[in-house]
Design a protein. Structure first.
Length: 185
C-alpha cells in the first residue's frame, strides 16, 4: 500500500470528500436500555442508562446521519478538516471542532473511502486529529459516532479511547450519538 499523506483539506478537496460513500455496514449495534425507578419517597429516584452490544439479525447498511448538503454547510463551521491521500488522491477525512467542550478537540466526522477501509487510514486520521488537538492546546479528544457504527466503536477502543457518554436524538435522523474520549497528555 502506498504511504498515507495527511494534510489540511483545501477547497479542491471538498467536492471529492462530499462524494465519498459515507454509509457503512454493521453486524452489531449498541442498544440503549433506560429505566427510571421512583421511590415512594419523593426525594429518592433513580435513573439507569446502559448500553449493550447486540448482534443484528443480518448485516445492515446504515445511512450516514448527515446529508451531503448539510456536510457542505457544516464544514464552514469546522475548526479544521484533515484529509488523507494515497498517491495524491483524497481517500478520507476527519472533521474537527473546538469549543464543543473546554480544552477538547472534537472529531465530528471520520470517513474513509469504502475501498480503503480497514487499511489503517481511519487510524492515521485519528492519530493526526490527536496531534492537531495537541497543537490547538487541547487536553482531550472526543470522537462521536452513531450507536450502530460498530466498526468505529471497535477502532475507538483499539486506539485507547473510552466510552464517555451519549446523546439521544443527537443527529438530524434522531439516532443516538456515542462519545469516546482520550486524554492527550
Amino acid at each position: 500500500m502506498p504511504e498515507i499523506e495527511i494534510r489540511a483539506a483545501n477547497a479542491e478537496d471538498i467536492q471529492v470528500l462530499v462524494a465519498l460513500d459515507h454509509n457503512y455496514v454493521s453486524d452489531f449495534a449498541w442498544q440503549m436500555d433506560y429505566s427510571r425507578n421512583e421511590s415512594p419517597l419523593a426525594e429518592e429516584s433513580q435513573v439507569q442508562v446502559g448500553f449493550r452490544q447486540i448482534r443484528l439479525p443480518r448485516s445492515v447498511r446504515v445511512e450516514y446521519p448527515r446529508l451531503p448538503q448539510a456536510l457542505l454547510e457544516d464544514w464552514g463551521q469546522r475548526s479544521g478538516i484533515l484529509v488523507s491521500l494515497l498517491a495524491g488522491e483524497p481517500v478520507g477525512y476527519a472533521g474537527l471542532m473546538l469549543g464543543v467542550a473546554p480544552l477538547t478537540a472534537w472529531v465530528t466526522d471520520l470517513v474513509v473511502k469504502r475501498r480503503w477501509r480497514r487499511q489503517g487510514i481511519g487510524t492515521a486520521l485519528l492519530l493526526a486529529a490527536q496531534e492537531w488537538g495537541v497543537h490547538q492546546g487541547c487536553r482531550n479528544l472526543v470522537l462521536e459516532m452513531q450507536s450502530k457504527n460498530y466498526p468505529a466503536i471497535q477502532m475507538a477502543y483499539k486506539q485507547g479511547l473510552d466510552f464517555c457518554g451519549y446523546n439521544d436524538r443527537y443527529y438530524a435522523n434522531h439516532d443516538i450519538a456515542l462519545f469516546f474520549a482520550k486524554s492527550l497528555r
